[in-house]
Write a protein that binds this ligand. Structure first.
Ligand SMILES: Cc1cc2nc3c(=O)[nH]c(=O)nc-3n(C[C@H](O)[C@H](O)[C@H](O)COP(=O)(O)O)c2cc1C
Length: 540
């Protein structure tokens, strides 16, 4: 891996993205409540290839009432594409997994400082409640206009602390604007849900409010720990240090006993009630449906601190692919691969790919195996992937290494021709419903595992062999026909079932010597058989 320089804060990251042509500035007035997210959404719904997606920096943000905001808004700056995510770690896309695995194995303790950029401006007391003050100062967009009930914080790092052990948790949880000094916060209470919720339960048992700090905008590598599913007892600030490759600078909050990344943009401090909840939602969820109104946590804001020139960050979530699913996909896949490869020591596992379009990465997982992998290892792998997290792996499918797992068509192809539904499919009951809408199919669920790997030799794939397709591509380009983007498989290849005799036939066919082949088969004519009797069953 090349040496890496993870940006120290969001400003450095945005400058890097702009220098690399990965950031588009939008200077015309944009209504944060009805135009901003829909404009960004077209990047995902408009048929653009993933690598053409950009971060959008909105420098002229207004709202429905015509109010102008001083603070610019950036969307897509964390993970509109894996390339943008990788820039946040200071590496190439191919090294994202390695950085994650290293960071989890080698966390770096944070460094407490006293004079922090994120506290250049401190708002408390009346500044939080006056007309247009507090949360109303922030250009918080509406994510799913037409359905969402409020502007929502989405690019958050919600910092809480275990009141017994002191271990910090940082999770990306949404926050609904309720009043200038009050937020609705949703921490998932399901199995494998939010780490912050576990802390909340402990404060509730003690009869205390939960101190909380919501960071909006910081060094991307630090924010990336928010959506990652780390162990509950793992200090995420230290893992963030591992991702940065150096200690994260932290500072104590002004009104609650918590430490936050010092180089953050905006921090909202407060206390979450543990003796009552408040209706929150509807809000467009990452499972692709609108989350309806639920009772969730209520946070009283005690301070808002920020840099002098903050940038407000928002994440596009909802239907996948989205920025939210890219964020999770590039981080969860290495976590799963590491678990299968090193913890379970599964022989022959080569890749883990989580299916993204519409299904939202958690439900459907593909495992790619080396062709030598024993069947028992394939099944251990299927079960390991299905079991690692309660919310992930409802459907797990194993394929061989010639199948591109990011191509669902290739997966269906593999199921269609390489699996026997009688012997290669197992369903197990009793899986929790996981992350999904509460209405609809709902309820408790099960697991479907399919071994769609090659079970034995098969005839070659019926496309022209590689050298002929490559030559034809040269001619194509010479003719200046429309640009090609080769899709795997784009040439024929052997799958084990073949005979040298047929190599000779094929060579003579392309050399124009087909009559020689005809003479050969003419000499082998015989009677007494049904058409389509395989020649080799008779002749050998
Ligand atoms: C944009 C975005 C919004 C999210 N919103 C929530 C949320 O509101 N509540 C929640 O529990 N998880 C939410 N998640 C998922 C969590 O961030 C994820 O489960 C993460 O593992 C939580 O960290 P934790 O395990 O430290 O709690 C969101 C993720 C993203 C990327």
């Amino acid at each position: 891996m090349t040496e890496r320089f993870a940006p120290a804060d969001l400003h450095e990251h945005l400058a890097n993205l702009e220098a690399r042509g990965l950031l588009t500035r939008i200077t015309r007035p944009i209504d944060k409540d009805s135009e901003l997210h829909p404009l960004m959404r077209w990047q995902f719904q408009g048929g653009l290839p993933e690598q053409d997606r950009r971060a959008f920096l909105f420098t002229n943000v207004i709202d429905a009432k015509g109010k102008k905001y001083d603070i610019p808004v950036v969307v897509g700056a964390l993970a509109a594409s894996p390339e943008i995510y990788a820039a946040g770690l200071g590496v190439g896309v191919e090294d994202i997994g390695k950085v994650w695995v290293d960071a989890m194995a080698n966390p770096i303790p944070s460094e407490l400082i006293t004079d922090a950029p994120c506290q250049e401006i401190v708002l408390t007391g009346e500044d939080l409640t006056r007309e247009g003050g507090g949360l109303a100062m922030l250009p918080v967009p509406v994510s799913t206009p037409g359905f969402d009930s409020a502007p929502y914080l989405t690019a958050t790092l919600v910092v809480t602390k275990d009141p017994e052990t002191g271990v910090r948790n940082m999770g990306t949880y949404r926050g609904a604007l309720k009043a200038r000094d009050r937020l609705g916060v949703r921490m998932a209470s399901r199995l494998s849900g939010a780490g912050g919720y576990q802390h909340w339960l402990k404060y509730q048992a003690r009869g205390e409010k939960m101190p909380v700090a919501i960071v909006v905008g910081c060094a991307p590598a630090v924010l990336f720990t928010g959506p990652q599913k780390l162990r509950i007892d793992e200090d995420e600030m230290d893992v963030a240090g591992g991702l940065m490759g150096r200690p994260v600078r932290t500072v104590r909050c002004k009104t609650v006993d918590l430490e936050i990344p010092a180089d953050s943009e905006i921090v909202i401090e407060g206390l979450i009630a543990t003796d009552y909840l408040e209706p929150e939602g509807p809000f467009g969820e990452s499972h692709g449906h609108i989350a309806l109104e639920d009772f969730n946590m209520s946070m009283q804001v005690t301070a808002i601190t920020m840099r002098k020139n903050p940038v407000f960050v928002s994440i596009v979530s909802q239907v996948t692919p989205s920025e939210s699913s890219v964020l999770k996909k590039v981080a969860y896949e290495p976590l799963y691969f590491e678990h299968l490869k090193r913890v379970l020591n599964i022989k022959g596992i080569k890749r883990v790919v989580m299916h993204e379009p519409l299904t939202n990465i958690r439900k459907v997982i593909f495992l790619q195996f080396d062709r030598s992998a024993p069947q028992t290892e394939i099944w251990r792998g299927l079960q390991g992937a299905a079991a690692l997290q309660a919310q992930c792996g409802k459907v797990v499918i194993a394929v061989s290494d010639d199948i591109e797992p990011n191509n669902a068509d290739a997966i269906f192809w593999s199921i269609a021709y390489r699996s026997n539904i009688n012997t290669d499919v197992v369903m197990t009951p009793y899986r929790s419903g996981g992350h999904g809408p509460k209405s609809g199919a709902g309820g408790s669920d099960g697991t479907l595992m399919i071994d769609a790997t090659l079970k034995g030799k098969m005839p070659p794939l019926a496309l022209p062999a590689e050298q002929f397709m490559s030559r034809a591509k040269e001619i194509w380009e010479e003719l200046q026909l429309p640009r090609l983007t080769p899709q795997s498989p784009w040439h024929g290849y052997h799958l084990g079932d073949w005979d040298d005799l047929w190599t000779g036939f094929a060579e003579r066919a392309v050399a124009g010597d087909w009559e020689e082949n005809g003479a050969h088969t003419g000499a082998r004519q015989r009677g007494g058989m049904k058409p389509e009797t395989p020649a080799r069953t008779i002749e050998r």
